[in-house]
Design a protein around this ligand. Structure first.
Ligand SMILES: *[C@@H]1O[C@H](CO)[C@@H](O)[C@H](O)[C@H]1NC(C)=O
Ligand SMILES: CC(=O)N[C@H]1CO[C@H](CO)[C@@H](O)[C@@H]1O
Length: 488
């Protein structure tokens, strides 16, 4: 049994259980794998594509990017699982005295696709499927600090930005937009014009926000400083939320990158010994790979955002920002908690926790039917993390799609390990002998269900429900497998 990648004091091996390769391939990816072979056929059948939603009350927003274009077909096959679809098509640039929107549906077929979504459709068993709202993402691209300053302090510019966006929305007939920028938390006043313009045409405004992060333990001076910085960032993110909640219909919180490409910190008492590695750990220079989502983190974000959004009274808000808005926008505001549909792969080495030095991975018992072939055609010797070790990062990790994960599983036949309580899986593999090991975290049905259940649990609280509840934002459909979408 391999070791948990989580740090000390966390669940021991008894809370992990190793699942066989066959099981993981079957339960997570069967649907995705078969649809790869039958790319041109419609893969939906009554019990998968059209199965009812697990949580019908939770609104679902799905992002679709041009660089994983299979997302378009997946959205159509599972369209009843979505309320809002956001194609990632537009950028907003600061140009001299004004603003310019760039982008468009990449091809005619993309334009036809979104127009089909906006119409009711019929399912294969004759049921009517509701239209899906199409709200493309518009992101402020390449904005300098000065561009933000000019925008924030100049009312003429609020109108200019609103106008260029509205031109596109009206011309293309979208149902609204998803607005993203590096500093949306600082823009509540500046987005009022845009919000008013959208709402006066019955369009929706979704704002993308950074998540708040756990402050972590302060075990020394350095970690105290880091904790203070995180706290400050969290405060900054949340401070204008009452105003933002007022101008937006939904707030899409980016709770998909919990661990992210840089991995996460290790607390110094996890690794013993006095060598260079222990020293580096003590300085906070060693990081470990980790799962992408945890239901606890999602819960913390939802509660924090809801609490922050009601801190000031309605009347005071309007007065502060001279907002001339209907208060219904406050009560209809819903938080969409981000959930990842991609995995992460991290280049790793193994450190022995008691000895504090690097150790080599150990071979897994060979498969019984392994043929005796040597040379390039020889099957790979599977290796795993040695007993008593933990994986640490060699370099930054990268996001990886469900199809890439299926290919890795087929090529490497790894042993997958389930993480509790996240419900996520991971496995280790080496591409070619001597090139170094990777650890791959897989988003699974269970991890998505955990997130949905958490949101439902929190929103069943009357207080939060009175604020309009919450839903989920999926980044992004093209990286997903059908298995994941079925579990929605
Ligand atoms: C505000 O922005 C407009 C449009 O770019 C510009 O013409 C005007 O000079 C700006 N006003 C101030 C005070 O900077
Ligand atoms: C279950 C859980 O939340 N585990 C950890 C996930 O990672 C975050 C931050 O990286 C930790 O704070 C959690 O304890």
């Amino acid at each position: 049994m391999a070791d948990s990648p989580r740090s000390g004091g966390l669940p021991g091996p008894s809370l992990l259980h190793v699942v066989s390769l066959a099981l993981i391939v079957l339960s997570l990816f069967t649907a995705g794998a078969t649809s790869q072979q039958a790319d041109n056929q419609k893969p939906i059948g009554a019990e998968d594509g059209q199965s009812a939603r697990q949580q019908p009350a939770l609104p679902v927003l799905g992002y679709v990017t041009p660089w994983n274009s299979r997302g378009k077909q997946l959205v159509e096959d599972y369209r009843h699982k979505f309320d809002i679809v956001s194609p990632v098509w537009y950028t907003i640039h600061a140009m001299g005295d004004g603003y310019e929107v760039r982008g468009a549906p990449p091809a005619d077929e993309d334009a036809e696709w979104y127009k089909r979504l906006q119409q009711p459709a019929e399912s294969t068993d004759g049921k009517t499927l509701q239209p899906v709202k199409v709200a493309p993402r518009f992101i402020l691209d390449g904005w300098s600090e000065d561009d933000y300053r000019q925008f924030i302090f100049n009312e003429t510019r609020w109108q200019l930005l609103s106008d260029v966006v509205m031109d596109v929305v009206q011309e293309m007939g979208y149902e609204g937009i998803v607005f993203e920028s590096g500093a949306t938390h600082a823009l509540p006043g500046s987005l009022v014009k845009l919000s008013e313009a959208l709402h006066s045409h019955s369009k929706i405004l979704v704002l993308v926000m950074q998540p708040v992060r756990p402050v972590g333990d302060s075990f020394d001076e350095l970690s105290e400083k880091r904790a203070a910085l995180i706290q400050e960032t969290n405060h900054m993110i949340l401070q204008n939320l009452p105003y933002l909640a007022m101008i937006a219909d939904y707030i899409s919180i980016m709770t998909y990158d919990m661990t992210g490409p840089g991995g996460r910190e290790i607390s110094p008492d996890v690794i013993a010994g006095e060598g260079k590695i222990a020293e580096a750990v003590a300085k906070g220079n060693v990081r470990e790979p980790g799962p992408n989502t945890s239901a606890d983190w999602v819960r913390e974000n939802l509660v924090n955002f809801v609490e922050a959004s009601v801190e000031a009274g309605d009347a005071k808000l309007k007065q502060d920002w001279s907002l001339n808005l209907e208060s219904q926008h406050v009560s209809s505001c819903k938080f969409l908690l981000g959930a990842p549909l991609y995995g992460y792969k991290y280049p790793v080495v193994y450190v022995h926790k008691a000895l504090g030095r690097l150790v080599e991975p150990t071979p897994v018992d060979p498969l019984p039917d392994r043929p005796l072939i040597t040379g390039a055609a020889a099957p790979k010797v599977r290796k795993k993390a040695p007993e008593g070790s933990m994986a640490i990062l060699r370099e930054r990790g990268e996001a990886i799609t469900a199809n890439e994960i299926i290919d890795l599983i087929n090529a490497n036949k790894p042993e997958a390990i389930r993480l509790e309580p996240e419900g996520e899986y991971y496995f280790d593999y080496e591409d070619k002998p001597g090139t170094g090991f990777w650890r791959v975290f897989i988003p699974a049905k269970d991890s998505l269900s955990n997130v949905l259940n958490t949101i439902k649990e929190v929103t069943e609280d009357d207080f939060i429900n009175s604020l309009g509840g919450a839903g989920v934002a999926l980044w992004e459909i093209g990286q997903s497998s059908e298995g994941l979408l079925q579990s929605l």
